[in-house]
Each structure stands twice: as C-alpha cells, then as structure tokens.
Design a protein around this ligand. Structure first.
Ligand code: GCB
Length: 679
C-alpha cells in the first residue's frame, strides 16, 4: 500500500454515543483546567456575595483573602499552556481533518488579544474580551466588534501571503476560527487537536478556553481536548503570529519568505485512553542484524503487553511496559532487506497495546562514517544531492501536501539525485514519507541560521525544542540520514557552545544518524586562491559540510580552476551549497550575471574544482527551484525571487540543471555506491 493510500484522515467518524467522563480518563491537563474553571467561578460567586452582604472595610479584606483562589486559577492556567507531548505517526490515526476554509480576522494591533491597557485578555480568570471567545452579540444592544462568521476565509493548510494579495508582505497576527461537530467513535476515547505547523507562534483556544501556546514555525504540536470537546458547534480559534524577533529561531534576518499562518494540516486525532504515543523502530546502532525498538505508552497505569510485528519479515514479539510506560525490544533483523536509494524497501510495522493499534511503513538501513567515507549499509556512497526550500512555485507559497512533495522530490529524482537537503527548517512530514518511498536520502535541518542570539538561554531552549520536535517526528524515516543543527553561523565561542548543545541533544535522541551543519569557508589573506575550513565546530560533526560561493559572491567562475583548499578535519566533505542566480530564459555569454550561461559555466567549473578535493563525498548545490525572498529586489530579474534555482518559478529547467544531471548520471553509471573517480 502506498503512503497516500494509507492517509485515513479525510473521513470524519460520526457516532452518536456520549462519552463518559470517568475520573480515570481525566488527564492532568483537564484536571487543572477544571480547577481553574472552578476556582474562578467560585471566586466570582464569593466576591459577588461579599459585595452584597458586608460592610465596606470587611468587604475589602474578605476580597483580598479571596484573591488566593483566582491566583490558584492562574497557576493552573499556566500549567495548561504546554502542548501535549509529541505523538508519532498521527497521520495514520483515525480522526477528522480540520483542513479547509477557516474564517480569519487580521489583527495588526492585536486588539483581539490585549485589552486597551495592553493586558492579555486570556490572562484574566474570567476573560471579558478577546476574539478567542468567538462571541455573538447577546441582543441588539450588546457591543461586539468582531464577527468570525462574516469575516473572510483562508484555506488551511496554506500560508496567508500567497492566498490574499493584501497579506503578501504582512507580518503580524491573524486569528483563525473553525467550527466543527465531532463525536468520538466509542466511549472513553481521547481526542487531540494536532497542527502540522503554524508559523511562528500559535495561541490555541477551544470553546473559549485556552489550550496553550506553541512557539516555532515548522514543527508539529498537539493539545488534548477530550474534556472540552462538545458533540456539536465547537469553536477552535488560533491566533497565529509570524512577527520576527531578534531572540527567535530563526532570527529577524533570513533569505526566505516569512510565510505566516496555519501552513500545514490540522487534524483531530482520536486514541484509546491508553495509547502508543511514540516509538522508534530502527536497526540497532552497534549490532548489525538487530532491530532496537522503544515504544512509549500514554495513559498506562500498570504494565501492559506491547506487541511489535513486521509481517513481511516474519518478526513478531511482545514485551511488557515498565514503570515509565515504555516497552523495549531487541529483535533479529537478519531477514530484512535493507532500504537504499536503489531499493527503497519499506515494511509494514504494526504495534499494539491494549485497545490501541498503529501501523507504519518503515525502512531499515545503516548510515555511518568511516574515515573520509560515508557508508550506507556498509558501502561507500556519494551523496548526489540538491538543496530545496519548502515552496511550490507553480501554485505559489509554502508546500504542504503529498502532491507538493511528489512534485519537488520528483524533480530531484529527474536530476539524478539520491540525496536532498531540506533547507533551512523542518519541512512537512509528507516530504520525509515520500522520500522514503522514492529512495531519496535526506538532510533535515533546524532554522539556526546566521545570527542567532548565542548567549540567550531562551533562544537555546527554543532551538532544542524545535530540534526535538523534528527528530521525534521523523526518526522512523529511513530516508533521513543527516540531522543538521545550523547554517552559516559566525564562529565564536558562545556560538560553538550553543551548537555543541544541539549536537548533544541530537545524539541523546537519536544516535543512529549523522550530525552536521552547513559551515563557512574563510580566505587566506596571504593567498587569494587559498580557501580554509577550520571551524572549531567541525570537531563535533560527522560530516565536514560547508557552503562556498567561489564564482558568484567570491569572484568570477574563472577563479575556480586556481582554488586550493585546506580542510581542518579528516572527515567526509559534503559541500552543502554552491550556486549562481540565473533568470530562466535569459541567455547571454558566460560572464553576464543572471544569464543561464553564467550559471551553467559556474556549475561546470565548480564540479571540476570539487573533484580536486580528495575527501569529497557529496554535495547539495543551491538550489533546485527559485524561491521567494524579500532580500532579492532587482527589478525584471529577481522581482523578489532568489534565482539560484536549477528550475525557474515557472517549472522550466535552466541549462545548469543538465550540467548537474550529467555529472550525477555519470557517477550513477560508474557505481552508485562509490565516490566519483579521483583525478
Ligand atoms: C547562503 C544561504 C542561503 C542563501 C544563499 C544565497 O549561503 O545559506 O540561505 O539563500 O546563500 O542565495 O545567497
């Protein structure tokens, strides 16, 4: 079965039965929510009765004493604000899609969030305003200055910039609201609302109650809504804010479009009370021929039998969960056919625990480095790659769907790639799943880009969270072979410390893949043709990856034959970027900037230059397709597009596409798993 056929989220499940709200199924979150609700109600009632019954001086003291109750409420509200932990493989769970038209209110002054004293409405024990209340006037005299029902709509998933001309450059807050009916399929089920991503900050409310906030524009998050959900007329409101901040990840300065909105799928996900929250089923790192698996349950109060089976490989085993609700497996995997670009073998994997059952399609392969080689399943491999932004130029805007993934990764296959760098932030989950199917290895990355605040602990925590959410989502994807923690960050001690913490985070979460970062090159003041890579961070990565632009930002392509390299590490070199802008269809001689001929010549000469690096083991040139960037204003040439694509915004291939394709085809013919011939 293909991955697309396995998507089961488009069909709503309607059942008439009511859900019991037994104590066992009230989660921590719902308990605190209840406490908050009760405490604020109690406090209000008490204050009203004091106000009616007591003398003024007694009144003040009594009200002061009661202030403790709403504070308890506020404490509880704070406990509500974290999203539920990450869930593995939500795409295969039953539930209901919330994709489609959502009503939106554009709110540049954040009127719907702050009162006129700039206090957030949702910080009050009983909010008196705020668009999240989704109010209607109670009668003709009632004053309500917004109305979702008559406000315009935007499609979800989708960025707002490419859907509405007036929002093309908009950076700020937009409120999204969607109403829905939903009854879980049987009693005692739990329900979560899951967001593939919202750029950059999302405040989420259901039926007027705050579920919490998520920060970070490219990773998934979910909130449990079991006890707040009604059978009909639920109002789900999300304030999405894509304002750039200096202390954020990414920071204010990037070379891509800051698309805002609910950019990925939104779904209701239904599970039994006890369910499989997370799992990692991969080959064991140090024992070839064995699978090491860990399954994490949610809602287990006693040991539970967990089974894991891979029917196609005759594997089936069970284990009891431990005190943390985790079950571990170590299984014989000698019968498995390994996943590779030539044979992207995936196996149906099923996991069961109690009433829960979840199915996945997983590939098994080994990736490692040895000396200057990258080993895929113990054979040296050359990474025939390309970089890619998450944009569909033909429709415009962020890519989000299976079809988008097939279009973009299909172009990479046409180019002869076995490897794709998903730059510069986590792309949607479909990308990794389609790459699994197509046999493309992936480099996945977090937006630690250029000038992050290296000494700000909140910025570090933010980067770690985004990295954790990405790895948790994709660590069962055979396609993912590299986690990259940064791009072109300026060398300094605080920056290296920051990045080292990210490497530690990766290794703690997933020791089976390679770690890298796109580093920089520096010139030798004594020799104009000498380039050096000696970033101290290179000591912590598995690959020596760097971006270099000799011939574009650094002289003209004629310089390329003279360039010599000093590389500070004996590691496989993967050139994470090189390239030149070219406007598709603009033809001139090879020294005319922005012509296809300039780009074509630069590719030819760069490939020849890179062949002289003995430890060269792969590259991801910049970039497969032109992409939007506000840094690129040159009229009639760029018009707001970075033109370094090998394919234009119109989907037409430029001449350089064929230069790279010829090179990749020649490697493939000589041997797919050997580096190119050294000169
Ligand atoms: C880079 C950056 C990339 C830019 C590219 C360019 O080095 O990593 O994000 O888009 O250069 O086109 O200048």
């Amino acid at each position: 079965m293909k991955y697309t056929e396995a998507l089961r989220l488009t069909q709503p499940i309607h059942h008439a039965r009511l859900r019991p709200r037994g104590a066992l199924f009230v989660t921590m979150q719902s308990t605190t929510r209840l406490a908050f609700f009760m405490s604020s109600k109690l406090a209000l009632a008490a204050i009203q009765s004091i106000a009616k019954s007591q003398a003024p001086h007694l009144r003040a003291r009594a009200i002061l004493r009661l202030a403790i109750i709403p504070s308890l409420g506020l404490w509880c509200a704070a406990a509500l604000s974290a999203p539920a932990g990450p869930q593995q493989n939500v795409l295969s769970r039953p539930g209901m899609t919330l994709n489609g038209k959502w009503h939106v209110i554009v709110d540049p002054y954040e009127n719907g969030y702050y009162d006129y004293r700039r206090e957030p409405f949702d910080a009050a024990a009983a909010p008196r305003g705020g668009y999240f209340l989704d109010r209607k006037p109670a009668d003709r005299s009632d004053l309500v200055e917004y109305d979702f029902d008559t406000s315009p709509t935007l499609m979800v998933p989708g960025d707002w910039n490419s859907q509405e001309d007036r929002l093309f450059y908009y950076e700020g807050s937009v409120w999204y609201r969607r109403t829905f009916h939903y009854t879980p399929s049987s009693p005692n089920r739990r329900v979560f609302v899951h967001f593939g991503a919202a750029n950059y900050q999302a405040d989420v409310y259901l039926n007027g109650q705050k579920l919490g906030r998520h920060v970070g524009g490219f990773t998934p998050f979910a909130f449990e809504i079991t006890t707040l959900l009604k059978a009909s007329n639920n109002s789900l409101v999300v304030k999405v804010d894509n304002t750039r901040h200096a202390d954020a990840v990414p920071t204010v300065n990037t070379d891509w479009w800051n698309y805002g909105g609910l950019t990925r799928d939104v779904t209701l996900v239904e599970t039994p009370a006890l369910f499989i929250r997370d799992y990692q089923v991969q080959l064991a790192k140090n024992s070839p021929g064995r699978i090491a698996a860990r399954v994490q349950l949610d809602g287990a109060t006693a040991p539970v039998k967990v089974t894991l089976s891979i029917a196609g490989a005759g594997v089936s085993a069970s284990a009891m969960s431990d005190a943390e609700g985790a079950a571990t497996f170590n299984l014989d995997a000698r019968k498995l056919k390994l996943w590779s670009p030539e044979n992207p073998q995936l196996y149906g994997v099923s996991l069961t625990a109690g009433e829960d059952r979840i199915e996945d399609r997983i590939g098994f392969r080994r990736i490692a480095v040895r000396g200057n080689d990258i080993l895929l399943n113990d054979r040296s491999v050359f990474l025939r790659g390309i970089s890619l932004h998450e944009e569909n130029p033909l429709r415009g805007g962020r890519a989000y769907s299976v079809e988008d993934a097939r279009l973009l990764l299909g172009w990479a296959k046409e180019l002869g790639c076995n490897f794709v760098r998903l730059a510069h932030y986590p792309h949607n989950e479909h990308m990794a799943r389609i790459a699994d199917e197509l046999g493309l290895m992936l480099w996945e990355e977090v937006p630690v880009y250029w000038t992050i605040q290296w000494e700000n602990p909140q910025t570090l925590a933010n980067a770690k969270t985004q990295l954790t959410e990405l790895i948790t989502r994709d660590r069962n994807r055979a396609s993912v072979v590299v986690w990259s923690v940064a791009n072109e960050t300026p060398v300094s001690e605080p920056r290296t410390r920051f990045l080292k913490e990210l490497v530690d985070t990766v290794r703690a979460l997933d020791a089976t893949r390679l770690v890298s970062a796109a580093m920089e090159v520096h010139p030798d003041p004594a020799d104009p043709n000498h380039r050096i890579v000696d970033d101290p961070f290179g000591a912590y990565t598995d690959l020596l990856s760097f971006n270099q632009y000799v011939g574009w930002y650094d002289g003209l392509p004629d310089k390329l034959p003279q360039i010599r390299w000093s590389l500070g590490y004996q590691k496989p070199v993967v050139i994470s970027e090189f390239g030149a802008d070219a406007l598709q269809g603009f033809h001139a001689d090879r020294l005319t900037r922005f012509s296809e001929e300039y780009q074509e010549d630069l590719y030819r000469q760069t490939i020849a230059m890179l062949k002289r690096i003995p430890q060269w083991r792969g590259t991801t040139p910049w970039i497969l397709v032109d992409f939007r960037s506000p840094r690129r204003p040159l009229p009639h040439v760029q018009d707001g597009w970075n033109r370094k694509g090998l394919i234009g915004e119109n989907g037409m291939k430029k001449k350089a596409f064929f230069v790279l394709k010829d090179f990749y085809d020649s490697i493939e013919k000589s041997s797919d798993t050997l580096p190119p011939k050294r000169p």
